[in-house]
Design a protein around this ligand. Structure first.
Ligand code: TRP
Length: 373
């Protein structure tokens, strides 16, 4: 694949993603300093994922903040289609969502569309999705969401609430719109064609239930944007607000900075349930390095943090301290810090995180009920 070629759709992410081009192609707005200082007025500090442009794009955030400043509080909406174990890449937008929930003191609706991957994948039964549903919920709860302000909405279990609303959405979308927006074909199954209406429902369901228009902010990885483009097209026709969104880039897979981590490729991801030993081994063995071929060369010419997966994981997820990160960056670039040493810095961070997360995940087992609608 040529450098300029890449793909970002809800079903496929590959190649060397040019995020600036995505901003143009998708028609989203770049996160700039003006919007950052506007957010900061309310949050006092800025999450490093904002400062470092891990969250890099948005839709209608200014409108959302206008409403907020008028006293019209928003709620958050994000989600996860259970289809496999959770890896560190999945956690990235959820960790940020938790920060937003705390800073703005708002409700979160977390959707588990447990039919999505059943419809889109060949070899996934409802028994499988049921198992992953439970398993994935533990990861979300372990991140510390407030059960009083967080609701899990599960498509097959909350169908009574959702179906009628999904039909209202579906009636406003034509087959040809879905085909062109999602690249579906004449031989796509009809569940795939309907699915986007289910992903739209949590973007307005709280407004229906409370019988008043409530602004909605969707933090999500940029591959989901096409769903919410459809959502934004349809909702005004149903008398609802368009949702706002804030969008992040992908945590790169261990194998290199191209594409996104895949839950089904063991050498590309660290799972939240990996033991510390397994995680360390994966990083040592697979994490793509921006270092030089020989020690001599590395000392002389230095490494390249831009393509170094360990450095990028620190930047995007594991090293919140800007000064420490800068030092790692500079030392690596100058050749003072070796690839192996950089990996060990990451491994230490990942180990501390996993140990804590796995403890909280255990505790989450008795708390699932508190989050269900
Ligand atoms: N389609 C998403 C996935 O593949 C799940 C999802 C549902 C979602 N609603 C969402 C993701 C809202 C982000 C925001 O996992």
């Amino acid at each position: 694949m040529d450098k300029k070629e890449f793909k970002v759709t809800p079903w496929e992410v590959s190649g060397n993603i040019d995020y600036d081009r995505l901003i143009k192609d998708f028609g989203v707005e770049k996160i700039n300093d003006t919007i950052l200082s506007r957010i900061k007025k309310h949050t006092k500090d800025l999450h490093f994922m904002l400062n470092r442009k891990v969250f890099f794009a948005h839709r209608d955030l200014n409108w959302l903040l206008d409403e907020y400043e008028k006293g019209n509080k928003f709620y958050l909406y994000t989600g996860r289609a259970p289809s496999g174990p959770v890896h560190l890449g999945h956690l990235l937008p959820w960790i940020f969502t938790k920060w937003l929930q705390d800073k703005f003191d708002v409700e979160l609706w977390f959707q588990f569309p447990d039919e999505e991957k059943f419809l889109f994948k060949d070899n996934l039964s409802f028994d499988d999705t049921e198992k992953f549903l439970h398993d994935n919920m533990l990861d979300v709860i372990a991140l510390g969401f407030d059960p009083k302000k967080t609701k899990f909405i599960v498509d097959t279990k909350n169908a009574n609430l959702m179906y009628k609303e999904a039909c209202k959405v579906a009636k406003k979308i034509t087959f040809s719109q879905v085909k062109s927006a999602f690249g579906l074909k004449d031989d796509s199954n009809i569940g795939e064609i309907f699915y986007t209406s289910m992903q739209t429902v949590p973007a307005f369901l709280p407004s229906v239930l409370k019988n008043k228009k409530i602004p909605c902010l969707i933090p999500h990885a940029v591959d989901q944007d096409v769903h919410f483009r459809v959502t934004r097209h349809v909702l005004p026709k149903l008398g609802h607000y368009k949702p706002s969104s804030i969008q992040c880039i992908f945590l790169p897979p261990l194998s290199g900075v191209d594409g996104k981590m895949s839950a089904s490729n063991e050498s590309s991801a660290v799972y939240t349930t990996d033991s510390i030993e397994v995680a360390a081994k994966k990083i040592r063995k697979y994490a793509f390095s921006g270092g030089r071929a020989t020690l001599e060369e590395h000392r002389k010419l230095g490494g390249n943090p831009d393509v170094d997966v360990s450095y990028q994981w620190l930047r995007m997820l594991f090293e919140p301290d800007d000064k420490k990160l800068q030092k790692i960056h500079d030392d690596y670039k100058s050749g003072k810090l070796l690839s192996g040493e950089l990996k060990e810095i990451l491994i230490e961070k990942v180990s501390v995180f996993l140990k804590d997360h796995q403890k909280k995940r255990e505790l989450a087992k008795k708390n699932i009920d508190k989050f269900l609608l």
